[in-house]
Write a protein that binds this ligand. Structure first.
Ligand code: HEC
Ligand code: HEC
Length: 311
């Protein structure tokens, strides 16, 4: 992957840009060694996964130590123009490298959850949003999948030496702010922009983990905010926030309310289709005090009859 590094402005061994390491404790369960760089208006990030997708707190330490022997795969994204096309039209691209060293080859599928290989880019779109369904030779509009760089949701991570986000140093908070600035610059979905703006509304690198979008706030019914900060933020936002179109991104209560019966069926019904990623599913069903399934089951509003049970 040496060429990918140099084309995008990193050093030939991957140095440069902004770097942070942590355990992604909500969607992937791996240790993550994240690097992002800006070159003119082009953006690029690569992230090497460490350990197994099993939420082991030590995965954060493995990622920080960055020992080549512990590397799983390296996934990358670019926000850049397509060769031979309008140089001002930047789009999001995905690449996966086996390993994460200078001679690691590009591969076309990856196993991110321990349940076998899935194809790129389809595998990436579940969480990064967008659509790829070309018929015949892909055109620029097909390749422009409208995917998003994803926000760095600090409370959902774990950090080196078993720390949670309340133990981050001011320097670490600055680093994550710089990474979230890269996400904003990549023109992600509106709900992602709104979320990052809300987290940092206090100014500087201070992160407000209690941010709730205005359209979930109802002075007459505080259960709405609770539902947002609980089940929605922790188990649903992790993918839905990247969906464009303002229909099922869950940035407003009314979108959620309109899908009440299908939510009951998909989440609490016997099929258990949602939440749709291994670790997110485990966190949702394993959550205690509060139990997120219970929170969803007991939620009620003037336009929402409680489900009663969800198990
Ligand atoms: C289960 C959800 C999920 C899947 C599947 C997924 N990602 Fe991500 N990805 C995320 C999240 C969430 C972030 C934000 C940082 C984090 O949480 O670690 C992210 C961040 C990234 C970043 C850093 C830039 C950014 O968006 O902040 C890269 C690069 C990346 N992913 C590449 C990929 C590629 C390539 C694939 C497909 C092979 C993929 N991801 C599949 C959830 C996912
Ligand atoms: C790992 C990713 C992921 C997670 C986590 C997730 N979803 Fe989804 N969800 C999807 C995808 C992908 C679709 C299909 C989107 C489409 O049809 O364009 C979807 C579709 C849905 C739909 C159908 C919407 C429609 O078209 O009417 C509902 C309802 C839904 N999700 C509810 C939820 C709820 C509630 C949660 C949290 C408890 C959740 N999802 C968590 C990925 C996810």
């Amino acid at each position: 992957m040496g060429t990918w590094w140099t084309v995008n402005g990193f050093g030939s061994g991957g140095a440069g840009g902004v770097r942070a390491s942590y355990l992604n404790n909500n969607d992937l369960g791996f240790g993550r060694d994240m690097h992002c760089i800006q070159k003119g208006q082009d953006l690029a990030c690569y992230v090497t996964n460490y350990g197994c997708p099993d939420q082991d707190p030590k995965n954060a330490d493995l990622a920080a130590a960055a020992n080549p022997a512990d590397r799983v795969a390296t996934v990358t994204m670019e926000y850049s123009a397509v060769e031979g096309q309008d140089p001002k039209r930047r789009i999001v691209k995905f690449f996966v490298y086996k390993g994460g060293t200078i001679d690691s080859p590009l591969i076309t599928s990856a196993d991110l959850d321990g349940f076998g290989d899935k194809n790129v880019p389809q595998l990436c779109l579940n969480c990064h949003g967008g659509q790829y369904s070309p018929s015949g030779k892909p055109s620029i509009d097909d390749i422009d999948m409208k995917s998003s760089f994803r926000e760095f949701d600090l409370p959902s991570f774990r950090y080196t030496s078993g720390r949670d986000f309340t133990k981050l140093t001011p320097q670490e908070l600055d680093t994550f702010k710089a990474l979230n600035d890269v996400v904003v610059a990549s023109q992600p979905s509106d709900p992602i922009k709104q979320l990052i703006a809300g987290w940092y509304a206090g100014g500087g690198s201070t992160f407000n983990d209690k941010f709730v979008p205005a359209q979930w706030i109802d002075a007459a019914n505080p259960l709405k905010q609770q539902l947002y900060l609980g089940a929605v933020a922790q188990s649903c936002r992790t993918c839905h926030v990247a969906f464009r179109g303002g229909d099922i991104d869950w940035s407003t209560y009314s979108q959620f309310q309109r899908r009440r019966s299908i939510i009951n069926l998909y989440v609490c019904g016997s099929s258990k289709i949602m939440p749709h990623a291994a670790i997110t599913y485990i966190n949702f069903w394993g959550s205690r005090s509060p139990s997120l399934p219970n929170q969803l089951a007991q939620f009620k509003a003037s336009d929402w009859t409680a489900f009663g049970t969800c198990k």
